[in-house]
Design a protein around this ligand. Structure first.
Ligand SMILES: Cc1ncc(COP(=O)(O)O)c(C=O)c1O
Length: 391
């Protein structure tokens, strides 16, 4: 570290140079991310509240109140305005909190197996490792949703929890959460729904007349839901969300802290010091956009997604993996290795997500038709250059 600091101008100049190679959501090359350029109003509110620390809510009681209201608004969106929870660092922390809660609720009972679909996000692997739990990964059906028969067959006396995904990371499909809920009720098991991505879409898809399977607290067996404002909520990072069905479940991980400057408190999150700005920015966005604002954003993303799907279907050597439920499209190739295609596309500057047998495109609000047109041109060129041929 320097003895004498640089001027602000010098630092900014250096940063400009050092960060030049980072991609930007505005340059049209990021087609594989679940994040986007945060809404300008959310950025402003975030900056206005930069010092708020929800780890010490006694100092910022009104921020804590706004966080509660935010959770209640998200709860209302997910059919339970009485839900309790927090704005956390992201989907990973939310999923860890859910499994931690499931474990603590069982006390000393020996239950260590968590049933997850094969499509579950790797945050569950992290959670299981941290919590000393065993993930039992269940195969998917022909529509890439968890196979209910296999979940049912897997439940045993060591089962601690079941996880269902509402918007899978790879393809954006929704597991049959209604059936998982029935199983959870029947076997008295904790059911966590990972709607990190889908939670900000499904309620609006339904209002727009798209098919949107049930996934939320309206299903009796659902104990908790992950829903991330820093994905389709357009809030700056870090803004994840964890919602529990009721206070009893929520308070399972509450830790008493006595020494805080703001007075004795409890913390039910993994991290201690945490961003009040993220919670306030989420509150601000929910109030600023309202249901209609979010619905309009989802509408535009879906219309573009469906246009893109038709284009993909009309081209040689590529196809979609499954009809999209939300703004996530899986592209598979015929006659050429998907890995080779992805490598060439990346070399051309495209930031796409690569899964074992498909490329994932996420039509986030920053994606324009012109970006997708350029991408499809490059994709065709790449496939040609790899010598694709009909079998
Ligand atoms: C379904 C799902 N859950 C959880 C996560 C993890 O979220 P984060 O990266 O905010 O920790 C993701 C991230 O892509 C996801 O797709």
């Amino acid at each position: 570290m320097r003895e004498i600091g640089l001027s602000k101008e010098e630092v900014i100049q250096e940063l400009r140079l050092r960060l030049e190679g980072d991609l930007s959501f505005t340059d049209g090359r990021i087609l594989g991310s679940m994040c986007t350029y945060p809404h300008e109003f959310a950025q402003l509110v975030f900056l206005m509240n930069i010092e708020k620390n929800l780890g010490d809510p006694g100092l910022f009681p009104q921020t804590a109140e706004l966080e509660k209201e935010t959770i209640s608004m998200l709860g209302e969106l997910l059919s339970n305005p009485n839900a309790c929870g927090h704005i956390v660092t992201g989907g990973t922390e939310a999923n860890i909190l859910a499994l931690w809660t499931a474990k603590r609720l069982r006390g000393n009972e020996f239950r260590n197996e968590v049933i997850v679909p094969e499509s579950a996000h790797f945050s569950f692997d992290k959670a299981a490792d941290l919590l000393g739990l065993k993930l039992v990964k269940v195969p998917l059906d022909s529509r890439f949703r968890v196979s209910i028969e296999d979940v049912e067959r897997t439940i045993n006396s060591r089962t601690l929890a079941i996880v269902g995904i509402a918007g899978t990371t790879g393809l954006g499909v929704v597991d049959p959460i209604d059936r998982l809920s029935e199983l959870a009720v029947e076997h008295d098991l904790y059911l966590h729904v990972d709607a990190a991505f889908g939670g900000f879409l499904l309620p609006f898809l339904k209002e727009l007349g798209y098919e949107a399977p049930k996934f939320d607290f309206s299903l009796e067996g659902v104990s908790s839901i992950t829903v991330d404002p820093h994905k389709m909520g357009l809030v700056p990072i870090p803004a994840g969300g964890i919602l529990f069905r009721n206070k009893e479940i929520y308070s399972t991980t509450a830790w008493r802290v006595s020494y805080m400057a703001g007075g004795e408190t409890t913390q039910a999150t993994l991290v201690g010091t945490r961003s009040g700005a993220a919670a306030i920015a989420t509150w601000a966005m929910l109030n600023h956009l309202g249901r209609k604002g979010y619905r309009d954003i989802v509408k535009r993303c879906m219309e573009l997604t469906l246009w893109f799907v038709e284009k993909v279907k009309s081209l040689d050597f590529i196809d979609i993996v499954v009809p999209p439920v939300m703004n996530i499209v899986g592209i598979k190739t015929e006659g050429v290795e998907i890995q080779a295609v992805a490598q060439k596309l990346r070399a051309k500057g495209w930031a796409i997500a690569l899964f074992p047998s498909h490329i994932r495109i996420v039509i986030m609000p920053h994606v324009r038709k012109s970006h997708l047109e350029k991408f499809l041109n490059d994709l065709q060129e790449v496939i040609k250059s790899l010598g694709a041929s009909k079998p």
